[in-house]
Design a protein around this ligand. Structure first.
Ligand code: AHG
Ligand code: MN
Ligand code: MN
Length: 321
């Protein structure tokens, strides 16, 4: 039986980075416990406030954000923190070497109905920058030293990469250890399964309209195969399904709020998920370039997302030409 600690050692991950990852994992285990309490823990429902992006915060968005923030501030290797639920970056330890960027609870609209949610994290080098300043955090996804998510579903899982492939760990409820249950996970290059919020169809740009219309035509259409559709409304669950059995996930630009490039956030969702997908042999694009190659301009910047099985993502991208 190999734990996450064995794999980090095997991959020769430095002690400071290992400790930083462990800090995220320890907080995630506490979040998992809280989620298990559900309605008994007074954690469901809204917090009565909005985040900087104008979204209503759930109580658990706020609680899980604070749990991660407090734990990371106490870890001497962490120089700064940026969270989907914080207006501004949070400076941590002057001697720290890492920036930890996270979505404390992805898919939080699912909490009240007891459906899968997750914590997404991304670790960047701080390069000695001023961690109270947004500019220090505005690094391309390619700079990530580690990325992953903890999925709170029927089991609690950790899916992580340190740039040496993607490993999947299951939280053993008895020992409270993340145990390796799938090494070097790979996304199948082809698929017949897509995930997109179809209710936004009329707001999409023409190429996505045409691509989805072609998929819906099945065997008789130009793509020549019958597709199935899934939508969990939690990116973390969508990406997890794709890592396990392939598929394509899209949250494209739409004209509901034309000045926003999409719904999902580049730093908290796009970059960590794209590193995982690429490390598992898939592709992740904003429709034009690899998400990991985008030069961020704002910490809360949005990004259109098309990711998953390599051949299917290439098919989707061919509609842009
Ligand atoms: P969050 O809960 O962190 O705000 O993220 C929700 C995101 C993402 O997880 C999911 O793919 C998408 O929003 C769901 O969007 P719809 O509400 O359009 O289904
Ligand atoms: Mn999210
Ligand atoms: Mn969130």
């Amino acid at each position: 039986m190999q734990t996450v600690q064995h794999i980090l050692e095997q991959n020769q991950i430095s002690a400071p980075l290992t400790e930083t990852i462990n800090t995220v994992l320890t907080a995630s285990k506490d979040i998992a416990l809280l989620l298990q309490k559900g309605a008994m823990g007074d954690i469901l429902g809204c917090a009565g406030q909005e985040n900087v992006q104008g979204e209503t915060q759930k109580k658990l968005d706020v609680i899980s954000n604070d749990m991660l923030k407090d734990a990371l501030k106490a870890c001497s290797h962490v120089a700064g923190i940026a969270s989907e639920e914080e207006d501004l970056p949070v400076a941590a330890n002057a001697d720290g070497q890492f920036l930890v960027i996270y979505d404390p609870l992805d898919g939080s609209s699912n909490i009240d109905i007891n459906v899968t949610v997750g914590t997404i994290f991304s670790i960047l080098p701080s390069n000695g920058g001023d961690t109270a300043q947004e500019a220090t955090y505005l690094q391309k996804g390619r700079n990530q030293l580690a990325a992953g998510y903890v999925l709170y579903g029927p089991s609690t899982l950790l899916v992580m990469t340190t740039g040496q492939g993607v490993d999947i760990f299951t939280l053993d409820p008895d020992t409270k250890e993340f145990v390796l249950t799938e090494a070097q996970s790979q996304i199948t290059p082809t698929t017949k399964e897509f995930a997109i919020n179809m209710s936004n169809q009329r707001f999409w740009a023409k190429p996505i309209q045409t691509y989805v219309a072609d998929m819906l035509q099945g065997e008789e259409g130009p793509l020549g195969k019958r597709y199935n559709m899934r939508w969990v409304a939690a990116m973390v669950a969508e990406v997890h399904r794709i890592i396990n059995r392939g598929g394509i996930f899209m949250y494209p630009w739409d004209n509901r709020e034309p000045n926003k490039p999409g719904k999902l956030r580049l730093m908290y969702e796009g970059n960590p998920m794209s590193m995982l997908v690429e490390q598992a042999g898939g592709l992740a694009s904003n429709g034009e370039i690899a998400i990991l190659d985008i030069e961020p301009e704002l910490i809360h910047q949005r990004v259109p997302v098309i990711l998953g099985s390599k051949e299917e993502v290439n098919t989707a991208l061919s509609y842009n030409k």
